[in-house]
Write a protein that binds this ligand. Structure first.
Ligand code: SF4
Length: 467
């Protein structure tokens, strides 16, 4: 029996869908699986040495590849093992150096299954170190026929995730929109011969997954993390009818404001949706529609907010700042549009120029970035912008991202010039700490999920370590 270990050097507080999906597939191939989750390389090496796996698996964003490469070099000094890295990072950034033996482009399920059956040479989407990328990717997996995700490998090792009072799910994969700052347009282009862009699990299958998870690991809120949960209206109508009867649990999901109409809002409310996450991104029409390709009007945005509020559905709304060429006054337009919508919670994220994105390429073309910079990216969207700009501007954008939720919720602080000046004079580190506390409290209160104190403390420690 082969033994494989997932290694997670960036443990967070969100469910690990990629690992659950791969655990389901590899478990069905009789692979013995384990999971190591720690940000300490030395501790992770010790654990892996004890486990003596045949192969180890990493999943990385572009900004995390360097961390995994450094870890892999350390691991190989302690134990000979085959290492494979996948995720959005290697999909868009070929791994050309270091000790990692192979990387996966796109979906890992078929690549890992082929690897354990036939070895690394014939594993489809897997590229061995020093080899060329395949010209064509493997067809997408069929979500109905693939073994269901298996959470047990992660949950037996990670109590924070296992005991979380809300659990995250994916009802499907894919997004057909082409927002320039999001990986989907590049991914859709890369995988256009692999199958349909949007794949949904049948409602039967999704209900099985939610209910079996609930039996094994009780929780009181389901969080659907699909890019746009309501993308298939026929599917959503069946879900909305059956979910409250057959799962009997409230849920939250992601939506797009231009897909919010009265009928959809009624179905959301009647099916137990207590909160939605959606995005304004920019309050400036040119930036929103030409630079970010959002293709939606201010009126659609404001109306979506009104319909959702009227139905009593809580709203968490995202915004993007630090966009190449964006002026301060354009960022303030974003804030002002958010104040008009008045969501229950709003957040501003600083653009990260991940490789392969149209917005990253535009930033390189217009001199806001050199192509070498995309190898050294911020690890999250509250870190200083990676774009070339004046140091003062970089600090202002970061402070603005921390103050944004406060200014939306308390417009007088923003409108009063003196108070606004005082807010911006607070040191960045203090604003950062305040934002972490506010963000955790807001999120906990927003959906009224009861979280035991000891669990809150454990999650807070993890968030702060990560940040
Ligand atoms: S709608 Fe959301 S998930 Fe889809 S491409 Fe745009 S930003 Fe990405």
């Amino acid at each position: 029996m082969l033994k494989g270990v997932f290694i997670d050097l960036f443990p967070g507080i969100f469910d690990k869908h990629g690992i659950y999906a791969l655990s389901g597939v590899l478990g069905a191939e009789n692979v013995e699986l384990d999971y190591v989750s720690t940000s300490s390389h030395a501790r992770a090496v010790r654990r892996v040495v004890e486990m003596r796996p045949d192969f180890v698996m990493y999943s990385a964003l572009s900004s995390q590849i360097g961390g995994y490469q450094a870890f892999d070099a350390q691991l190989k000094l302690a134990i000979p093992t085959f290492s494979i890295i996948g995720g959005a990072g290697p999909t868009f950034s070929p791994i050309t150096d270091g000790s990692i033996d192979a990387y996966v482009i796109g979906e890992g399920e078929s690549a890992l299954r082929n690897y354990v059956r036939n070895g690394p040479e014939n594993a489809g989407n897997m590229v061995l170190r020093g080899h060329a990328r395949p010209l064509r990717l493997e067809p997408f997996i069929d979500l109905e026929l693939t073994p269901p995700p298996d959470r047990s490998v992660v949950y037996k090792r990670d109590k924070v995730l296992r005991n979380a009072p809300s659990k995250q799910f994916m009802s499907g994969l894919g997004c057909p929109f082409s927002c320039t700052y999001c990986f989907n347009h590049a991914y859709n282009q890369m995988t256009k011969s692999c199958g349909p862009t949007i794949r949904k699990k049948s409602v039967d299958r999704l209900l099985d997954e939610v209910n079996s998870t609930k039996r094994l690991y009780p929780f009181n809120l389901a969080v659907f993390q699909d890019d746009v949960f309501t993308i298939n209206k026929k599917w959503f109508a069946e879900f909305a009818q059956r979910f409250p009867r057959e799962a009997k649990i409230p849920y939250t999901c992601n939506i797009r404001p231009d897909m919010v109409d009265r009928e959809t809002v009624e179905m959301l409310a009647s099916s137990g949706c207590i909160g939605v996450h959606w995005s304004i991104e920019s309050g400036n029409d040119r930036i929103r529609n030409e630079v970010l390709r959002r293709k939606m009007s201010k009126e659609q945005i404001i109306e979506a907010g009104q319909l959702l509020s009227a139905a009593g559905i809580k709203q968490r709304v995202g915004h993007l700042i630090g966009i190449p060429g964006e002026s301060r006054s354009e960022m303030l337009e974003t804030l002002e549009l958010s104040q008009k919508v008045a969501p229950d919670y709003s957040c501003a994220y600083i653009f990260i120029p991940f490789p392969g994105l149209d917005l990253t390429n535009a930033a390189i073309e217009s001199g806001y970035l050199s192509s070498g910079d995309v190898g050294d990216l911020p690890v999250n969207s509250h870190k200083p912008s990676a774009l070339k700009m004046d140091k003062k501007e970089r600090v202002w954008i970061r402070k603005f991202s921390f103050l944004f939720p406060v200014f939306v919720e308390h417009p007088f602080l923003y409108k009063n010039v003196k108070l606004q000046k005082v807010a911006f004079s607070i040191p960045t580190s203090v604003l950062w700490a305040g934002f972490q506390v506010l963000d955790s409290l807001k999120m906990a209160r927003l959906y009224k999920v009861k979280v035991p104190l000891n669990h809150t403390i454990k999650m807070a420690i993890r968030v702060i370590r990560q940040a």
